[in-house]
Write a protein of this length. Structure first.
Length: 319
């Protein structure tokens, strides 16, 4: 194990090793609390995202009580960019097109909101247990672990604030408990934002890209595609045609989730010279496959065996 990875493991290992498992109803109640905490509270702070050999720092401001939760997430690294998000859409702002492309790394992050609406389904596919206590950003928190009931998902951990249930840290692990992705607040202020100007974009006159994120935007409803290799519990969340941040032609984008992990399938027509690729970056796995002049790309925070199974099983039906 490399030095940086060993240090990362030390940072997230809980102080108490005695695990306390939760029953199904208890697990759902816990997931409900942390989900509500992320959505229905106001808070601001700075957090870090560590994955592969990268370390990214973000400033986050989240406001509730405005009728529709609103948040702004901005990169504190170079190049600068920012994302303003509500329940309906996310909009990426950057000083220029090059910086806008760089936003692909973190524009779709939702930390500390980590769980979807289908939380009863989560408890069916993950065992939930309390594994210890910790402290970060000046606040005490309790570590919880989600252990998948099959080999097609990653184990996950999160440390929830003892008083508010807001997630302060999270980690994604391999099956042998090596940490490959970590998010953690270094500064956090809970309560009403003193200045709503924190939610306003700085680069409104620069390069802008917008995407709808409303749940249930299922467009074609998955018609024309079959995925027999999709892990159990994954359901279609969105099926839209959109232009990517890279500025290419519009592609079909299907999003599937089990409430914890997310899987995207991109379908686009490409020139003959484009070849399929495979990539692993922290917890994110990408695999693409040519089907005639169609390129199908599968990317998600799942192990390679799961993404490969999905990619190889995809069937495109003729109109």
């Amino acid at each position: 194990m490399s030095g940086w990875r060993a240090a990362l493991c030390v940072l997230v290992v809980p102080v108490c090793a005695a695990a306390v498992p939760l029953g199904g109803k208890q697990a759902v109640a816990l997931l409900d609390r942390v989900a509500v905490a992320a959505s229905h509270q106001s808070y601001s702070g700075i957090y870090q995202h560590q994955y592969a050999r990268s370390l990214m720092t973000y400033r986050l401001a989240h406001a509730s009580g405005l009728g529709n939760p609103l948040e702004k997430r901005e990169s504190l690294d170079d190049p600068p960019w920012e994302v303003v998000r509500d329940n309906q859409s996310l909009t990426v702002y950057a000083p220029d097109r090059q910086a806008l492309k760089a936003a692909r790394t973190g524009a779709f992050q939702t930390f500390p909101s980590l769980f979807g609406d289908n939380r009863a389904e989560i408890a069916r596919h993950y065992a939930v247990e309390r594994i210890g206590k910790d402290r970060t950003a000046g606040r005490d928190c309790v570590w919880w672990q989600l252990t998948p009931r099959d080999a097609q998902r990653y184990p996950r951990r999160f440390c929830a604030d003892i008083r508010t249930s807001l997630i302060l840290k999270s980690a994604i692990l391999t099956a042998d408990r090596q940490i490959i992705d970590r998010l953690s607040f270094s500064e956090l202020k809970l309560g009403k934002l003193g200045d709503l100007g924190q939610l306003q974009p700085q680069y409104r006159d620069g390069a802008v890209w917008r995407m709808p994120v409303a749940a249930g935007d299922r467009g074609d409803g998955g018609r024309g595609i079959q995925i027999p290799g999709l892990p159990e519990g994954f359901a279609l969340q969105r099926d839209v045609s959109r232009r990517l941040l890279s500025g290419q032609q519009a592609v079909r984008h299907l999003v599937y989730s089990d409430g914890v992990a997310s899987l995207s399938v991109f379908i686009e027509r490409v020139p003959d010279a484009v070849q399929p690729t495979a990539m692993q970056n922290g917890a994110i796995t990408l695999r693409s496959r040519k089907m005639g002049d169609i390129l199908v790309t599968v990317v998600g925070d799942l192990p390679d065996n799961a993404v490969q199974s999905v990619s190889h099983s995809i069937i495109l039906l003729r109109p």
